[in-house]
Design a protein around this ligand. Structure first.
Ligand SMILES: NC(=O)c1ccc[n+]([C@@H]2O[C@H](COP(=O)([O-])OP(=O)(O)OC[C@H]3O[C@@H](n4cnc5c(N)ncnc54)[C@H](O)[C@@H]3O)[C@@H](O)[C@H]2O)c1
Length: 268
């Protein structure tokens, strides 16, 4: 079945930092949006958009929300390191609900994965998109699960997924690590547009970082399938931020940084 970019787009996590940016941008672009989050949507609704407050744990609500949608932009869930019991509902069960909805609607999924799925790789490495997973906590582990869910639903059901391993998507970079990992809001928005519009994607991985000179860690992904290239860069912040590091060697050695240091008990 061919992908239809004109069908409504479901955006989960709409009330979150990235969701709000995307709601505004996609709304301005004339895309018909169905917004959802467990928290109320704090902004004015974009023209033609609806908002439904729902928990990702509620499978029936997610199936209803996804009805006739052509793309599901899945940005909802626990977005930082939290105890296992807090992560499992939104990020594991919730993800299953998203993929079951995508299967029923034959919708394409953009899964907001994370660099924390590979966070225990060292910064001296250069990773291809098919590198080994090295999650740096329960949050990163849930992102690995999400990427594997995307693979399963592609192999078994032909559900397309774009698995975006987002680096650090914030208004500006704020420390030395982000000179490598920063993804501008505008680059994210352009990427999401391409995910909605691309004719065919299959199941692919894209590293979500801007065109930063220090981004030597992540190479060779499937961005050409989307026709996406980042345009922004953290480079203008180099002088200001290159000294902004921690004094923790575990944090500084690994790509996942402070997440690697949380509850770290190795002594060797
Ligand atoms: N911002 C980044 O740099 C970055 C980096 C890597 C990955 N990501 C991923 O991108 C997505 C968005 O990130 P963000 O920075 O906007 O995070 P955020 O925490 O601001 O937004 C996540 C949203 O999910 C909602 N949510 C949480 N539990 C829910 C539930 N049970 N049911 C429904 N909604 C629920 C929250 O209310 C929140 O509004 C997340 O999946 C995150 O893991 C972000």
């Amino acid at each position: 079945m061919t992908h239809d970019p004109k069908k409504p787009v479901l955006l989960t996590g709409a009330s979150g930092a990235l969701g709000r940016q995307l709601a505004r941008h996609l709304g301005e672009a004339g895309i018909t949006l169905r917004l959802t989050d467990i928290k109320p949507f704090p902004d004015a609704l974009p023209p033609g958009a609806t908002f439904t407050q729902a928990d990702l744990n509620d499978g029936v609500a997610i199936l209803r929300l996804a009805e006739v949608c052509g793309t599901i932009l899945h940005f909802g869930g626990v977005s930082v390191e939290r105890p296992f019991e807090e992560v499992i509902g939104p990020n594991i069960r919730g993800l299953y609900h998203i993929y079951e909805a995508a299967r029923r609607e034959r919708a394409r999924v953009l899964f907001a994965s994370s660099n924390h799925s590979v966070g225990f790789h060292e910064r001296t490495e250069q990773l291809d998109a098919d590198c080994s997973y090295r999650p740096d906590g329960y949050y990163g582990l849930s992102k690995v699960y999400g990427e594997m869910m995307g693979r399963l639903y592609w192999d078994k059901h032909g559900v397309e997924s774009v698995l975006v391993r987002i680096g650090s998507c914030f208004p500006d970079p704020v420390n030395a690590r982000m000179l490598a990992t920063w993804l501008s809001y505008a680059d994210l928005a352009r990427l999401v547009r391409r995910v909605i519009e691309a004719e065919r994607t299959g199941c692919i991985v894209v590293w979500g970082a801007s065109k930063n000179a220090r981004m030597t860690w992540w190479k060779h992904d499937a961005r050409e399938v989307l026709g996406w290239e980042p345009q922004d860069s953290a480079d203008p912040w180099t002088k200001q931020l290159e000294g902004v590091t921690s004094n923790n060697p575990v944090v500084e050695r690994h790509m996942g940084a402070d997440y690697c240091g949380i509850d770290y008990t190795r002594t060797d």
